[in-house]
Each structure stands twice: as structure tokens, then as C-alpha cells.
Design a protein around this ligand. Structure first.
Ligand SMILES: *Cc1c(COP(=O)(O)O)cnc(C)c1O
Length: 357
């Protein structure tokens, strides 16, 4: 019997990009995992990866690019390095809440504006209290499939230039078109749209955030912005890093650039539309999120039957989708729509979602 390929539409980890598979094999052949992280060979890999990321995300030269262990680590480093007392969080799901929880755990006075799950924010109408040092936003709330406007996020910086702005783009980069020069800390990990094995976080930091970090007394140890930067300018990291991940991200970024970002975005929107259109007409599924907040990259659907049964049925056909988050476990599914998911795979998934039993 022919072995059927497993398809992962889970929102991270997820299907690997074919280029990631090929490059993992090449990396092993070329002993990338055995070279010293203090060698010229590593420095060249690091420099190439950062250069591709700068091009991919249009990162200004004055901004630093740091490699960390995860996106969750990035949240913690941002809190430590950018605020000594007061932070402000826009909370609409599990990941934005995690950012707030970390600030509280570090003893910061963490204020928040919280809305119901499935909702977003109209930032042009939001008022942020004076005296806040750091504003934290999750661009794409993976737990509920809510996506916010990157243009509105960028305008926050114009209205509140004295505050630092941190934006989580973990489940939307590089699809999201955000003006990096209007953000102080932008971060993501690689097991979502980059289609790579987990275990690498990328944090992009503005000159203003670096200065703030230098003014604060307690900014952590080996991953303080200052320490990270001292190594970054030599194309190194303070610790022995995820060398394979740093190698791969350069190859994946170069692949995206070669494909063209416009094509990647158009394709993403086309696939999202296929899924949402299908769900609108389905007898047992419907989109959880209303416009204008519907995510293009993580699609959350409410099920009128037990979502565990829906997932079990798909699993029998070797298709894996995400469960609903937290209290929505039994009545939602979440479908990742990342570059690793081809239009043909999406069409196949839709066919298998078919009708309810
Ligand atoms: C997955 C995810 C995270 C956490 O990423 P880790 O790499 O597991 O730390 C944070 N924010 C969002 C929006 C995510 O989707």
C-alpha cells in the first residue's frame, strides 16, 4: 500500500517548506552543525542570513537583528530591556496575554486594554495613558485568528513618539507588510510562516530601544540588548546558537525573495479566500472572526459538531489541523495558511472537510 503523506495545517509547528528540507540535508552534508560558532565560516553564514532578512522585511540599517531561542524569549527580553516600570498591552487572546503575564512576572506595572476573544482593536481610536514606556501588540493573534491593521499599528508611533512599540509578528511574518521604521521591537519565531523546525527566535530592535536598554539597570544577563549587539556586530551570538536554524533562515528568506513577496502575499490571500468561502457555505463550519479582523494566515472556524471529531476524521486521511485554543478546544478548528501550504493542498483539505457526517 502506498504510504500517504501527512499534511500539517497546524498553526506551528507545521508543514516544513520543501526548501527547508533540502537545506537541512545540505547542512548535514556540509557539517554545518559541527562548525565552531566562533569561526569565519559561521560568521559568513550569520552575515548572509541577516542580510537576506534585512532585504525580506525592509529592516533599516540602523536597526539590529538578534537571534534568540524563541518568540516567547523575545517577549521576556523586550520587557527586561525596554521598560523599568510601566507597560501597556493590547490583549485579545492567549499570545497577547502571555506578553502581559511576562511583564507582570517581572514586576512591571502592566496595564492592558482587553477585548473579547475573536475581536481586534481600532488603534486610531485608542488612547494610551501618559507615562507608559512600552506598548505591546500582537499583530496576528494565533489563538483566535484575529489580524490587526499594520498601518494603524505604525500610526501609534506617530501619536505616541515617546513610547517604545513592540509588535509580535510570529504568525504573520513575512506576509505582514509593516513599516519596520515605525516599530521599536519586532519579533517572530520560525516554525510558523518560515516553515522551519522550531527553536529560533528573531528580534529586530530600533536604535531608540537600544538606548533605552542601556539606560535601564536590570536588563538580564547574556541576552541583554547590549550583549547581543556586541556579538551581532561581529556576526556572532553570545552563546552557542541554533547554527542550523540561523543557516536555514537565510536560505528560506532568500527563497521568499526569489519567489517575490507580492506573489507570496497574493497566494496567501487567494488560499485564505478559498477556505473562508468554503466555510461560509458549509453546513457545519463558519468563520469565527468577523471583518475587518479575519486573519489571512491563521483561519479559525467554529464547528457546530464536536471539533475533536472533525479533527479525528481529518487525521484518518492524514490531514492535521489545529484545535481551538483553550476554552474553544471542543468547538473550533484552526487552519494554518502559510507558504508551505500549496493551493493544491488547500483544495485537498477543503475537499476532505467536505460536509459533516
Ligand atoms: C507561536 C506564537 C508565539 C510563541 O512562539 P514560540 O516560538 O513558541 O515562543 C508567540 N506569539 C504568537 C502570535 C504565536 O503564534
Amino acid at each position: 500500500m502506498a504510504h500517504m503523506k501527512d499534511r500539517y495545517f497546524t498553526p506551528g509547528p507545521t508543514e516544513l517548506l520543501p526548501i527547508a528540507r533540502t537545506e537541512i540535508e545540505r547542512a548535514i552534508r556540509e557539517n554545518i552543525c559541527s562548525i565552531s560558532h566562533r569561526s569565519k565560516q559561521f560568521e559568513a553564514i550569520y552575515a548572509e542570513s541577516v542580510s537576506s532578512l534585512r532585504q525580506l522585511l525592509t529592516i533599516p540599517e540602523s536597526y539590529s537583528v538578534f537571534f534568540l531561542g524563541s518568540a516567547t524569549e523575545a517577549m521576556e527580553r523586550i520587557i527586561q530591556n525596554c521598560a523599568s516600570q510601566r507597560t501597556y498591552h493590547f490583549v485579545n487572546g492567549a499570545f497577547s496575554k502571555r506578553f502581559h503575564t511576562i511583564a507582570t512576572a517581572y514586576g512591571r506595572e502592566a496595564d492592558k486594554k482587553e477585548v473579547d476573544l475573536g475581536l481586534g482593536f481600532d488603534f486610531d481610536k485608542e488612547e494610551i495613558p501618559r507615562g507608559i514606556e512600552l506598548v505591546c501588540i500582537t499583530h496576528n493573534e494565533t489563538s483566535t485568528g484575529v489580524q490587526l491593521s499594520p498601518h494603524e499599528i505604525a500610526r501609534i508611533k506617530e501619536r505616541y513618539p515617546e513610547m517604545l512599540l513592540a509588535v509580535d509578528v510570529v504568525s504573520s511574518a513575512p506576509y505582514v507588510e509593516i513599516d519596520v521604521s515605525k516599530v521599536d521591537c519586532l519579533f517572530f519565531s520560525v516554525q510558523k510562516l518560515f516553515g522551519m523546525p522550531a527553536g529560533l527566535g528573531v528580534l529586530i530592535v530600533s536604535p531608540a530601544a537600544l538606548i533605552r536598554s542601556e539606560q535601564l539597570a536590570s536588563v538580564g544577563s547574556y541576552h541583554s540588548f547590549k550583549e547581543l549587539r556586541q556579538y551581532a556586530i561581529q556576526h556572532q551570538t553570545p552563546e552557542t546558537p541554533n547554527v542550523l536554524g540561523i543557516y536555514l533562515i537565510g536560505k528560506v528568506a532568500a527563497f521568499f525573495l526569489q519567489q517575490g513577496m507580492q506573489a507570496l502575499r497574493t497566494e496567501t490571500e487567494k488560499k485564505a479566500k478559498l477556505i473562508y468561502n468554503f466555510a461560509e457555505k458549509s453546513s457545519y463550519l463558519k468563520p469565527f472572526v468577523a471583518q475587518p479582523f479575519r486573519s489571512q494566515t491563521v483561519i479559525c472556524l467554529s464547528c457546530s459538531e464536536d471539533a475533536n471529531d472533525v479533527r479525528a476524521r481529518l487525521k484518518q486521511e492524514h490531514f492535521y489541523v489545529g484545535s481551538g485554543y483553550g476554552k474553544f478546544k471542543d468547538n473550533q478548528i484552526r487552519i494554518a495558511n502559510f507558504p508551505a501550504h500549496s493551493q493544491a493542498d488547500v483544495a485537498d483539505l477543503i475537499r476532505r472537510l467536505g460536509t459533516s457526517t
